[in-house]
Design a protein around this ligand. Structure first.
Ligand SMILES: Cc1ncc(COP(=O)(O)O)c(C=O)c1O
Length: 429
């Protein structure tokens, strides 16, 4: 193909774009971001293009392996850190997925390559969570927030009562959205105790005619996590598992519906996973938009319209990685160990650090803590960042600090944080 018609050439000809001359190679590289310098210190790879007649400007792939020092310990609540192995695998497959001659980003969602990707992702997730054939697994878009509306729209009629346990900001948001499409009632709220508790299930009084009970299995902002689950009167339990999805084994058969945004434990943002008992599908309210109707997505194997293909591919790589680690029993052990050393450091600090959450329901994933001398919090965050530990600031609604230690946070990251906390205390007590 003549260079004049190549999309790369169009970029090169655009006078507003600055070609960066990489000192290591002769090829000019064009970028819209003049601050960006790609690290092209790796040996040039020879890349064969599937479209045979085109002459391709060789773009050098970044190094296949990078030193750990290049990466920070990212304690963000989501989007969050991803397993290094998964990122490197995705990097190695980015340009040409397994000999297909194209990136996953370029594939038709109806082609055999992508079908194999989504089917494998679903099957690996089913293995991980031991999901029976009574359940559909849907890969959707719109974040968990969209599910706050989709759930009442699909499961009940506008006059139906539904129960909510409100243990933090996320269950509160779900409750508020449900008001538009059903008659929700809060049967327990932890608001007056600043969302530091989960209720005892014996004390709960469910509405006798409630069509489902909604919980948030792990409150990402407040750091409270269910260690067991209530049994609703009619058996229909609905759970937002966005921030502890695949962090431990779960008995899916206890739930009518589980939903989770991917961007904490299992992939990038843009993918929302819904696991729903099949007999609950097919009764959506008439006003339900087609994109929120579970039946449409279930009947079309999550391919009714163009799904978030690359995100689903990344989730699939994460599921493979979790299986390689020995499944969720092993993953939970690692998560328990990380959480234990962090909570021990907080509790053993003689009050220098404090976690407000009741011990029995402390999250394995999101650890909020404050400093007794709150005026030191900004300094703590600044110094931690200098030590390559970032995103430790608490959510703007609660302040303090929060360390999110999802599956992909290595033990070394938590150990480093704990060592830093001890040192910071020694210098500032
Ligand atoms: C528990 C929980 N539910 C729901 C949401 C909203 O998710 P999304 O931003 O994907 O809509 C979040 C986001 O952080 C969350 O942590």
């Amino acid at each position: 193909m003549a260079m004049a018609t190549s999309p790369h050439t169009l970029l090169l000809k655009n006078p507003n774009l600055t070609p960066l001359k990489n000192p290591n190679f002769n090829n000019p590289i064009t970028t819209t971001n003049t601050n960006t310098r790609f690290n092209l210190t790796a040996k040039p790879l020879s890349i064969k293009c599937a479209a045979t007649s085109q002459t391709q400007t060789p773009i050098q792939a970044p190094p296949q392996t990078q030193s750990h020092q290049d990466r920070l310990f990212n304690f963000a609540a989501g989007p969050a850190t991803l397993p290094e192995k998964v990122l490197l695998k995705a990097q190695s497959e980015l340009y040409n997925w397994r000999g297909s001659g194209m990136s996953v980003m370029e594939m038709s969602h109806r082609g055999k390559e992508f079908l194999s990707i989504i089917q494998k992702a679903e099957s690996d997730l089913r293995t991980l969570l031991n999901i029976s054939d009574d359940y559909s697994v849907l890969f959707l878009q719109g974040g968990a927030t969209t599910q706050f509306a989709a759930i009442p729209l699909n499961l009940v009629s506008p006059s139906d009562t539904v129960d909510f346990i409100v243990t933090g900001s996320w269950s509160d948001k779900a409750f508020k959205e449900a008001q538009k499409y059903s008659k929700p009632s809060t049967i327990w709220s932890g608001k007056s105790e600043k969302y530091t508790k989960i209720p005892s299930f014996h004390d709960l009084e469910q509405n006798p005619d409630a069509k489902f009970l909604h919980i948030c299995a792990n409150e990402t902002i407040h750091g409270v996590e269910y260690k067991d689950y209530p049994s609703p009167k009619n058996g229909l339990l609905v759970a937002d598992m966005s921030s502890n999805f695949c962090s431990k084994p779960v008995d899916v058969s206890k739930f009518g519906l589980i939903y989770a945004g991917a961007q904490k434990n299992v992939g990038p943002s843009g993918v929302t996973i819904v696991i729903i008992k099949k007999d609950l599908i097919g009764n959506a309210q008439e006003i339900t938009p087609v994109m929120l109707d579970y039946k449409i997505h279930a009947d079309n194997n999550s391919l009714y319209n163009t799904p978030p293909c690359y995100g689903i591919y990344m989730c699939g790589l994460v599921f493979e990685d979790l299986l390689d680690q020995g499944g969720l029993v092993e993953v939970e052990k690692k998560n328990e160990k990380k959480a234990e050393i962090l909570y021990n450091a907080i509790d053993g600090s003689n009050g220098f650090y404090r976690c407000p959450v009741e011990k029995s329901v402390r999250s394995l994933m999101n650890v909020p803590f404050t400093l007794e001398k709150s005026e030191l919090e900004a300094e703590f965050i600044k110094e931690a960042a200098k030590e390559n530990m970032v995103q430790l600031k608490g959510h703007r609604s609660v302040g303090g600090m929060r360390a999110s230690i999802y599956n992909a946070m290595p033990l070394a990251g938590v150990e480093k944080l704990v060592a830093f906390m001890k040192d910071f205390q020694a210098r500032n007590a």
